[in-house]
Every structure is written in C-alpha cells, then in structure tokens.
Design a protein around this ligand. Structure first.
Ligand code: PMV
Length: 344
C-alpha cells in the first residue's frame, strides 16, 4: 500500500430548489426530477487530510469542534467504503466550516455533502493517480454527494442544476445532477434569494422522514406527474423570459410541497403563522408594483423571496419596511445565484 498522506480542500455552495425533490426510490434516487440554483454566499469549506492506517478512522471537526454531524459523516464514509475499497486504508481528518450562520433557513447538508464529495473525488484522483476530465470529476462528485444528501448532488454545479430523469432533457438522470447550459432569458442569471428567517426552532420532521412519507402518500402518482410537468414548464418560462409564469410555477411548487406534508400520514404543518403573513405581503407587493418577485419555501417555515438583481433597491426597501417585522429578531440572509464550487 502507498504510504503517503494526501490532502484536499473545497468550498461548495448550498442551493435552493425551484422544483422540489420530495420522495425517494431505493438507492437514494429521486421520485421526481428537481431544479435548483446554487447560492453564492452560503458555502461550506471542507478540508480532508488522509493518512495511511490499518483500518478506516474518522475525525470530524465542525468549526473547530466535534459536532452532531460527525455521526452522519462516519455513516456516510462507512457506506461509501463498501464500494470504494481505498477508503478503508486511511484515517480521515476532516475540518469543515460554513460561511453562513446555523439555522438560517438554508440547507447546510447540501453544501456540506457537496464539499465532502468534492474532496473525496479529488483524493481519489491523488490516491489512484488517475485524472478525471472536468465533466467526469463533477459528475462523480454529484453522485457521491447524492448518497450523503439527495439535494447535495445539485450543489456541485454553477447556477442551474437539474437532478432526475426528465423526458425532454437529454443526459438527465436520477444518478446525478447535470448543469443546465440552456439559453435562458438573461434575467435568470441575476436571480437573488432573500432568506427570511421566520422561525429558527428545530425541524419537527427530518427531511429523510419527510421523503419516506411519500411512499404511501395518497397523492404520490399525481405529485410525480405534477413535478415532471412543472419542470418542463419552468424551463420553458425561463427560456422565453415569461417571469409571471415562472413565479406562478415556483410558488405552486413550494405550496405543493407543504400541501403534501399537511396531507401525509402522519401530517405535518411546518409553516408558521408569520410564514403566511410574509407570503401575503409578497403577493400584495407584487400586485402593487408589478415587479417580478415571488417566493419559494423548503421543508420548514422560512420564506425565500426570489427576485432579480435590477429590482434589488426596491425589494430591499420592502424587506426592511414590511417583512423584517415578521421575522425572528429581524434575521435574514441576502444571497444570490452563484458560480458553483471552488478548489481551495
Ligand atoms: O436533500 P434532502 O434529503 O435534505 O431533501 C431536501 C428536500 C427539499 O429541500 C425540501 C427540496 C429540494 O429539492 O431541495
């Protein structure tokens, strides 16, 4: 065995879904295709050093301390090592940090597993002395990230990523996300996401338990066809620049996700009364100003206000005046579409 130590460091963004992944097939494959954009500021930085060892050992520090995430990383590496023998010959020293605060309504597992998977693919190149093409590298990273957290597979690409087989998109697959290089209306390259922190309490249901509720859901088949239809329609709206349709569709997606949770067995209401007030304010603001704005929501109470760069000044004034009083201690995060991961 090669007696050398190796090191890899990557920074990877989180992403926000416009068409939601909700429900899994065996093998951590999605029940339906999803679409997201990568964020710019919300990033995880991860450094992995591996040293030759007689059996796998994992030390994981998050922002300098052992964390609740350690168990999940150990389990992930144990599962990965069943298929990737070389992982068993090293001790892993992993250090990770986020550029965004905890419980901000941004999925940190997406950026965390994205960064981890990028480091692992990088280390695999070094250990096996094999060089992947950039396309092979990021495809592999997307696959490996998916095994940690489904939505993480979309985080390893810049701007828009599609995960899951969609009939009208060649190369789309359930196994990894693909970057979308379509000719969208230029406005979509200037999308912004203002994350309004309505409630930071711990989630009532983990996303893996949430995905499981889809297996026997009364609306399972309808949801699968709805998501496929929405995805094709969102892509079309982005190509022709139909902003009104775009925001109608992404809001319908977010509310469908919550409708599915409300009608699951058991049922979960994850929205907070203030989430509904924020939604009502956003819709009233859109009607008064005719600006192209709308919202999306993940599996929690926080609202992502989506808008275009050119309207930033007006939207920021609206946030300050009308939305911040409805947030927890005026907390919000001002992010935008980003350029994907970066080797450090
Ligand atoms: O990647 P997971 O298992 O945490 O699932 C994330 C699911 C949603 O955030 C609700 C939707 C999505 O597509 O990101």
């Amino acid at each position: 065995m090669d007696k050398k130590s190796y090191e890899a460091s990557w920074e990877c963004p989180s992403n926000i879904a416009l068409v939601k992944y909700w429900g899994k097939k065996p093998g951590q494959l999605p029940m339906n295709p999803s679409l997201s954009f990568s964020l710019k500021k919300a990033q995880t930085k991860t450094r992995i050093r591996i040293e030759p060892a007689s059996c796998r050992k994992v030390e994981f520090l998050f922002e300098g301390k052992p964390s609740a995430f350690t168990g999940r990383v150990e389990k992930y590496l144990a599962a990965m090592s069943l298929e990737h023998e070389w992982l068993n010959n090293y001790a892993f020293y992993i250090e990770s940090e986020n550029t965004f605060p905890h419980s901000t309504g941004i999925a940190s597992s997406a950026s965390a597993f994205g960064a981890l998977a990028l480091c692992l693919v990088d280390l695999k190149q070094q250990v096996t002395k094999k060089t992947f093409t950039p396309q092979q590298f990021f495809q592999k990273a997307s696959r490996w990230a998916r095994l940690g957290s489904g939505s993480a597979c979309r985080s390893v690409f810049p701007s828009f990523a599609l995960w899951g087989r969609l009939d009208d998109v060649p190369n789309s697959t359930d196994c990894n996300a693909i970057p979308l290089t379509d000719k969208f209306h230029p406005a979509y390259q200037s999308l912004r996401d203002a994350v309004l922190l309505v409630d930071s309490s711990k989630k009532q249901v983990s996303s893996s338990a949430g995905h499981e509720l889809m297996n026997d859901h009364d609306f399972k088949d309808v949801r699968i066809s709805q998501a496929n239809k929405h995805l094709s329609q969102v892509l079309e709206a982005m190509r022709i620049g139909d902003h009104v349709r775009f925001f109608q569709l992404i809001e319908k997606e977010a509310l469908s996700l919550h409708a599915l949770m409300m009608t699951s067995d058991p049922s979960f209401v994850l929205l907070h009364p203030n989430s509904l007030s924020v939604i009502a304010k956003i819709r009233a603001f859109r009607q008064q100003t005719s600006l192209a704005v709308g919202f999306t929501i993940d599996a929690g109470p926080n609202i992502h206000l989506i808008y275009f760069e050119q309207d930033k000044q007006q939207v920021h004034r609206f946030i300050q005046d009308e939305l911040l009083p409805l947030t927890e201690d005026g907390q919000w995060l001002d992010d935008c579409i980003g350029n994907g991961p970066r080797k450090l």
